[in-house]
Design a protein. Sequence first.
Length: 409
Amino acid sequence: MKIHFNQPPVCRTLRIAMVANIRLPANNAAARRVTILAGAFARLGQKVTLFMPFPNQTLAAEDLVDGVTMQWGMYPDPKTQWLSRSGRISMRKHFVARFSWARQMLAATVQHKYDWLYIYAPSPEGAFLACLARLAGRKVAVEQVDGFYYTRARFSLMHYGYIHLLRLSMWIAKSMSSLVVIISSTLASQCRGRYTLLRVPALVDCARFATGDPKRMHQRLAWRQARWVVYTGSLSAHAGFQFLMAAMVEVVKHVPDAYLAFAGYAGNLEGTPGQMIEKHGLQNHAEYLGMLNYQDVVDLMALADVLVMPKASSGLNEMGFPTKLAEYLAAGKPVVATRISDIPEYMTHGKNACLCNPDDVADLSRTIVGALESGPEERTRVGKAGRELACDTFDVTLNAARILDAMSG
């Protein structure tokens, strides 16, 4: 099934208060989705205030968006948030931080009149604000991009209670909503209510990913001559990174000049990236570039001959849709991706992407080799088709217009 969206007319000017209780540094997909959507709303003529819990130094200057009023909370530094002197989580600090932010949010939203309260992934604070907004006669929109509380996890009484608190928060926020923006068909199947339901799988600033400078990243890699396999994102089992490393062992047997350049958060990796490279014997075929800023990620994608997204098969992955995939497509390079979630609904193997089965090292390696050996003209054709898909379906401005149209309907 092929999906195409036509951009609807932009509605009248709305005053939108966006709430995003994101507890991570801003160089992650969740924070980026919120900030670029806020910027797109502003470019379309809306008056937008974005509330985030961390102080503003957690956003890089390149992530700040014109036309959006930013309201910052007082959470601790993300690297040491809620830790006691012994290094353990302090429930007192946790509670005080969340309560102080909720109180600050309440004061700010009372003082600033708005037409819509737009809540990203509602927490208990978001559910509370949604109820107050409805009592004040304002409309509420909820964006649900995560379904981890529907999946089975390790058992502990605290974790069990926390997961069910999040489920209750989501249910309350949706019950107060006129519009629910959902990321996948799996999550859409969980929605039962009188609200309008709008599926928006991924958001990407397509214009931004057309400006990559491969020479900058090539210089950082010592001008090595290679066929570049690029991965950016979490180096975790959930992301399927271990399958990519195993597949590269086979790839270099068929394509001796293949070279994996990868970057991203390595906190969930067993050992260090260097140890994993050594474990697989890829010392001459792989390099870890650390955590990159937004522009460096764009430049690294511009260098790539093939971009790889090896997401593993899991209930959590089926409930989401990778923002990274939309960014890969927008870079205009061939993308190798696993068939998870709604990906096969949007992407066609051999036309605008190269698809393979999740958790299958042999299939992943064959697909990467096929993309590398297809030749420059074929890679250009697939990359161009992938970028057209991103611009027609995942572009943030187009989807912001769809959301605004639903708000005004």
